[in-house]
Design a protein around this ligand. Structure first.
Ligand code: SAM
Length: 218
């Protein structure tokens, strides 16, 4: 197992290079962000040796940190600007929130996680790496997080049977919502844009996420 900081940075660089050459990454700010965030600090000790392999890893409580190519794709499609206020549903390890936080300047991220132990772990991971723009709340994310709404961007990192209405309501005009929608085993990644007169939907391809649990979930 490679342990030194330099070796981890090299592994991370190799992974990002492969995501670029496989067409998952192209925006400079997303490449920069993924080069900076130390994924090995967001996975359990026993999984650190696989932190820079392009695959999801278990993080306990039956949950996963998504594969780097999925984080890359979702972050690119979310089209984040430095001033955005973002809501994430499903903090998990905190890694996706950290990747988004790297792109922000005066913006902020609120991330909701239903499993208290994972929320605490995500908080420790994020604080340990100095990500102070990310605020974690324990709760049922299909209801969104009304306290801080509306949001410029909403990203759901668990698979839903349908789009929760609360999330559409908490989106700003010209806001974007990214959410995997479909069955328990396989979903389609959907990008929903809000306009004054309604919503526009785009299908971005198949994906596999753990289920979104709750009132408007499974
Ligand atoms: N974004 C995470 C990361 O970077 O590690 C990965 C998220 S993991 C694939 C999905 C997460 O969604 C799990 O931690 C799960 O507990 C959480 N989750 C599922 N249903 C939820 C709900 N209704 N509200 C909040 N979190 C939920």
């Amino acid at each position: 197992m490679n342990n030194s900081k330099g070796e981890r940075e090299q592994e991370r660089k190799r992974l990002i290079d492969s995501l670029i050459s496989n067409g998952y990454l192209s925006k400079p700010e997303v490449i920069d962000s993924m080069l900076k965030v130390p994924r090995h600090r967001f996975v359990p000790e026993s999984k650190k040796y696989s932190a820079y392999v392009d695959m999801p890893l278990t993080i306990g409580y039956g949950q996963t940190i998504s594969a780097p190519h999925m984080v890359a794709m979702m972050t690119e499609h979310l089209d984040v600007k430095p001033h955005h206020k973002i809501l994430e549903v499903g903090a998990g390890s905190g890694y996706q929130a950290a990747v988004l936080a790297e792109i922000l300047d005066e913006g902020k991220i609120y991330t909701v996680e239903r499993i208290p132990e994972l929320a605490k772990n995500a908080e420790e991971n994020l604080r340990g790496c100095g990500y102070s723009k990310v605020h974690i709340a324990i709760g049922e994310g299909t209801k969104g997080y009304a306290e801080e709404s509306p949001y410029d961007r909403i990203i759901v990192t668990a698979g839903a049977p349908r789009v929760p209405k609360a999330l559409l309501d908490q989106l700003n005009d010209n806001g974007k919502l990214l959410i995997p929608v479909g069955g328990r085993m396989l979903q389609e990644l959907m990008l929903i844009e809000k306009y004054e007169k309604g919503f526009k939907e785009k299908k971005l391809g198949g994906c596999v996420f753990v289920p979104l649990i709750g009132k408007d979930g499974w």
